[in-house]
Ligand binder design. Structure first.
Ligand SMILES: [Cu+2]
Length: 475
């Protein structure tokens, strides 16, 4: 059994070593790329993940949880646009699991939704995910089984472009998470209640009551570390630093800011946007933002992620090499948190993956609703049971007009596709998750060009487990 990460030499590296031309592989034109594929096998990036019980240090205490390769977050997986990702998942948990590759439009049978796109990976068994990665950007992987996401079952996934258009000196991946696993007597019981089932399976199996959303979380983590014992980031004066920010929390929107600095947003959900300078950004569950920071203000600075609900800050420390000052206190809030905050309306796509154009073939009014603590959505006024998919013919240009008619925030995520968010610019960002506040309405356009059964769901884990998920079948 392989328990460590390994990475094979890729076909491209091999070609470079022998001095062969790789020009055909790097051309964006689909026809030429296809012709190249007939000549050469895909480059493969090979990893092994072992899901198992593990212990995590939260600074003042240690807790038991479950995770990948005994690390929190799980290990960084990295590959290149156009390559194949090959991941052997060994399940050493006592329960089933699956992995979803969030945001990447891949072949349906690798999407990791148990009971829908694959059978659960049973305890003691191995499943191999193997798929072509068609797009670059900042993504993440996580369990799509039961409440495992709210434990340690997540990690970052970075896909490099064939040619990096941005210029920067240092890259830092920041994974945010709200944490309560292993704390207090009730938390484990609640989180394990649905360990064998997803929301999808729950609906079909008619199991008991799912866990309710916690009112608050005792810890907020950046890269698995609590504010008392934060991640330390060293930078040199004059560097441009690329931060890849991922919200892996199950129920928390964060406002992120770096004291003493502005941030230039370059990507939303992995896709490029026209650069916009802000002091802070709000990031909903499952969203990602890439930002560039010009390190031109030496010192020791708080990088803070303030939860929207009650609870302590998540933070990391940015320390310039040569600066010897003390770190700010854990609760210190940078004034940038109250500065210019990124809004969806400021984002404009600058290329990227499959931008829809023209008039939609199908318009759906999607209403997000709640009733007696459960959640559901309607499509053009109709409730669809989760085992009754919404059918969409392949290559349909779909418009979803999503209205939040409930009192809670719902980051809505579509599997297998990007959508373009209408934001008044005429050129809104390509995203896979849109954070919809109460009473808010968003229009998203997408091309149903990836056949299979895909879930459309709220990325508040507890809302999803309580019904805010439907299936879209593209044939
Ligand atoms: Cu929700």
């Amino acid at each position: 059994m392989r328990s460590s990460i390994r990475q094979q030499a890729t076909r491209r590296e091999f070609l470079q070593l022998v001095g062969g031309s790789t020009a055909a592989l790097t051309l964006g034109d689909l026809g030429i790329a296809h012709a190249a594929n007939l000549l050469a096998p895909d480059s493969v990036t090979d990893y092994a993940l072992t899901a198992a019980p593990t212990r995590v240090s939260l600074g003042s205490r240690n807790v038991s949880t479950i995770g990948f390769n005994e690390s929190l977050p799980g290990p960084l997986l990295r590959t290149t646009e156009g390559d194949r990702l090959h991941v052997d998942v060994n399940n050493n948990l006592s329960t089933s699991t699956t992995i979803h590759w969030h945001g990447i439009p891949i072949v349906n049978k690798m999407d990791g939704v148990p009971g829908l796109t694959q059978s659960p990976i049973r305890s003691g068994s191995t499943f191999t995910y193997d798929f072509k990665v068609p797009v670059s950007g900042t993504y993440w992987y996580h369990s799509h089984s039961s409440a495992q996401l709210d434990r340690g079952m997540y990690g970052p996934l970075i896909v490099d472009p064939k040619r990096e258009p941005l210029s920067y000196d240092r890259e830092v991946v920041l994974v945010l998470d709200d944490w309560r696993d292993g704390i207090g007597k009730r938390s484990h019981a609640l989180l394990s209640l649905y360990e064998c089932q997803t929301g999808f399976e729950r609906h079909t199996a008619e199991a008991g009551r799912p866990p309710v959303e916690p009112a608050s979380f005792p810890y907020h983590l950046i890269n698995g570390k609590a504010a008392q014992n934060p991640t330390q980031i060293s930078v040199n004066r004059g560097e441009v630093v690329r931060f890849r920010i991922i919200n892996a929390g199950s129920a928390t929107v964060y406002r992120v800011a770096l004291a003493g600095h502005r941030m230039r947003v370059t990507h939303a959900d992995g896709q490029p946007v026209a650069p916009v300078d802000v002091d802070a950004l709000d990031i909903g569950m499952a969203e990602r933002y890439d930002v560039l920071v010009h390190a031109n203000h030496p010192g020791v600075w708080q990088l803070a992620a303030q939860p929207s609900a009650r609870g302590p800050l998540a933070r990391a420390i940015v320390r310039y090499n040569g600066s010897s000052g003390a770190a700010p206190p854990a609760h210190f809030k940078p004034k940038q948190l109250k500065g210019k905050v990124l809004k969806y309306g400021m984002l404009r796509t600058s290329g990227g993956y499959g931008i829809p154009s023209g008039k939609p073939d199908m318009t759906m009014y999607v209403s997000l609703r709640s009733r007696f603590g459960a959640f559901y959505m309607t499509f053009n006024g109709r409730v669809l049971p989760v085992d009754q998919p919404l059918h969409i013919p392949r290559n349909t240009h779909v418009r979803f007009i999503i209205t939040n008619a409930s009192g809670q925030i719902h980051p809505m995520h579509l599997h297998g596709h990007f959508f373009q968010l209408a934001n008044g610019t005429g050129n809104g960002p390509m995203k896979d998750t849109v954070n919809v506040n109460p009473s808010q309405s968003f229009t998203v356009d997408w091309i149903a060009n990836n056949p299979g059964k895909w879930v459309f769901h709220c990325h508040n884990l507890y809302h999803m487990l309580n019904g805010l998920m439907n299936v879209i079948s593209i044939t």
